[in-house]
Design a protein around this ligand. Structure first.
Ligand code: KIV
Ligand code: ZN
Length: 399
C-alpha cells in the first residue's frame, strides 16, 4: 500500500509565541523560520499580523527570507484583519491566510452573542474576502472540539463552497478524547460535500495531556495535516508537539504515513526554540528532554550497555543526539560504573571494581550525580595501585 504524506503545519511562531513571557523579536523569528525550513515543515504560521506592528513586520521579513514552505498568517473573520494579513504576506513565494471563527455553542452565545446562522454567514464572508488576497485560504472552526458535528459539517460545507483550500478542526480547549476527536474527523470526511477537494487539518491543545494522541487519532481517521509546535509550546498547557507526532509516524511504519521532516535536525531545532523563547524544556519531555535518552537505574544501564534496544525504541542519532547517556547515581550498578571507567581509560578487575563500587555508593548517596572528576577521586581513595602500563588501546589497567 502506498504511504500517505502528512503535512506538518508549524505554529511555533504564532500559537507557540502566544505563551506568557515568550516574546520573540523579528530577528529571532526569522532565525527560527529558517531552521523550520531546514527541518522540512510544509507550512510556517508566521504570526497574527493585525495583533501588533512588530508581528506584521515579522511576517513580512519571514516572507522575504523563506522560499520552500508556505507562509501562513492568522486573522479573525474580520475584513480589516484579513486585509492586514493579506498585505503582510505580499512577498511570500507561497502564501496562505488562516481565517476563522468560533463555532461551539459556548463561543456563539457568550463570545459573539450571535446565532449559528450568523456565524455561518460570517464564515462564508471571511473566506470570500480572503480569496481576494490569496488563492490558499485555510478556515478554522474555533472550539471545533466542543462543536456539534452536524453544525460543524454545515460550516465546512459552506466554506468549501466559497473556496477554502484547508479546513482546520481545532480542539481549542483540549477537551476531546482521542476516540471522540477521531470520530469527529471521520464524520466530516464522510458527511461533508466536497471534503475530498480540501485538506483537513488537526490542531489540538494539551489541557489534558492528549494533544498528540488526539492529533494521531485525527490523522488515523483521515486528516492530512497536523498543526503543531516545537517542544509543544503554546497557550496554557501547549499544542501538539511537532517532535512527538513526527516520531510517532516514523516509528510506526504500519500506519503507512510519512512526513517530510528531517528528523536529525529535531534536537537542534528544539534547542534553538528553547534558547530564543526562554521556555525551558522539561527534563522528561518525550524526544527532546535531557532525560529522553539518559539511563540512571542499574537494571536499565546494564541492559543498555549490552544492547541499546533493551530500553530504547528510538535511536538517538535519528533525532540528532550523538548517543544515549549513562548517568551515575546511587541507583547505578557495577556494570555502569565499569563502563564509565572504561570510557575514561581505566579497566578494573573484579576486586578493584568491588572496592571502588562501595566507595562510589557512599559518594552517590550524598550527591545526585557522580561526574568524571569524582570518579578519579574515588579511584585515589580506593588507593588502588595503577599499573601505568598502557595497553595498545591506550587504556590503563587498574589492579
Ligand atoms: O486553538 C485554536 O483554536 C487556534 C485557532 C486560532 C486556530 O489557535
Ligand atoms: Zn490553538
Amino acid at each position: 500500500m502506498e504511504k500517505k504524506r502528512i503535512q506538518i503545519f508549524d505554529t511555533t511562531l504564532r500559537d507557540g509565541e502566544q505563551v506568557p513571557g515568550c516574546k520573540l523579536n523579528t530577528k529571532e523569528k526569522v532565525r527560527i523560520a529558517k531552521q523550520l525550513e531546514a527541518l522540512g515543515v510544509d507550512v510556517i504560521e508566521a504570526g497574527f499580523p493585525t495583533s501588533s506592528p512588530g508581528d506584521y513586520k515579522s511576517v513580512q521579513e519571514i516572507c522575504k527570507s523563506i522560499s520552500k514552505p508556505i507562509i501562513c498568517a492568522l486573522s479573525r473573520a474580520i475584513e480589516k484583519d484579513i486585509e492586514i494579513a493579506g498585505n503582510a504576506l505580499k512577498d511570500a513565494k507561497m502564501a496562505r491566510i488562516h481565517t476563522g471563527i468560533g463555532t461551539s455553542d459556548c463561543h456563539i452565545r457568550y463570545k459573539f452573542n450571535s446565532t449559528p446562522e450568523k456565524i455561518i454567514e460570517k464564515a462564508k464572508l471571511s473566506v470570500q474576502y480572503a480569496k481576494k488576497f490569496v488563492e490558499d485560504v485555510e478556515f478554522y472552526a474555533e472550539d471545533a472540539g466542543r462543536t456539534n458535528n452536524e453544525f460543524l459539517a454545515k460550516v465546512c460545507e459552506t466554506v468549501i463552497k466559497y473556496g477554502a483550500t484547508v479546513i482546520n478542526i481545532p480542539d481549542t480547549t483540549g477537551y476531546c478524547l482521542p476516540e471522540e476527536y477521531g470520530r469527529k474527523i471521520r464524520f466530516l470526511k464522510e458527511n461533508v460535500k466536497g471534503i475530498h477537494k480540501i485538506i483537513l487539518s488537526t490542531h489540538c491543545h494539551n489541557d489534558l495531556g492528549l494533544a498528540t494522541a488526539n492529533s494521531l487519532s485525527g490523522i488515523m481517521n483521515g486528516a492530512q495535516q497536523v498543526e503543531c509546535t516545537i517542544n509543544g509550546i503554546g497557550e496554557r498547557a501547549g499544542n501538539t508537539s511537532l517532535e512527538e507526532i513526527v516520531m510517532i509516524i516514523r516509528q510506526n511504519s504500519h500506519l503507512n504515513l510519512f512526513t517530510n521532516i528531517k528528523t536529525k535536525l529535531i534536537s537542534e531545532t528544539s534547542y534553538l526554540v528553547s534558547e530564543c523563547t526562554g521556555m525551558k524544556v522539561q527534563a522528561n519531555k518525550a524526544i527532546v528532554g535531557v532525560n529522553a535518552f539518559s539511563h540512571s537505574s542499574g537494571i536499565h544501564q546494564d541492559g543498555i550497555i549490552k544492547k541499546r534496544e533493551t530500553y530504547e525504541i528510538i535511536n538517538p542519532e535519528d533525532v540528532g543526539i550523538d548517543q544515549s547517556s549513562i548517568i551515575l547515581t546511587a541507583r547505578s550498578g557495577r556494570a555502569a560504573l565499569a563502563y564509565r571507567y572504561k570510557k575514561l581509560g581505566y579497566s578494573l578487575n573484579k576486586n578493584s571494581l568491588d572496592l571502588v563500587y562501595s566507595i562510589f555508593l557512599s559518594y552517590a548517596d550524598r550527591k545526585k550525580e557522580i561526574a568524571d572528576k569524582e570518579l578519579k577521586i574515588i579511584l585515589e581513595k580506593a588507593n588502588i595501585k595503577k599499573k601505568r602500563m598502557l595497553h595498545n588501546s591506550g587504556r590503563i589497567n587498574v589492579v
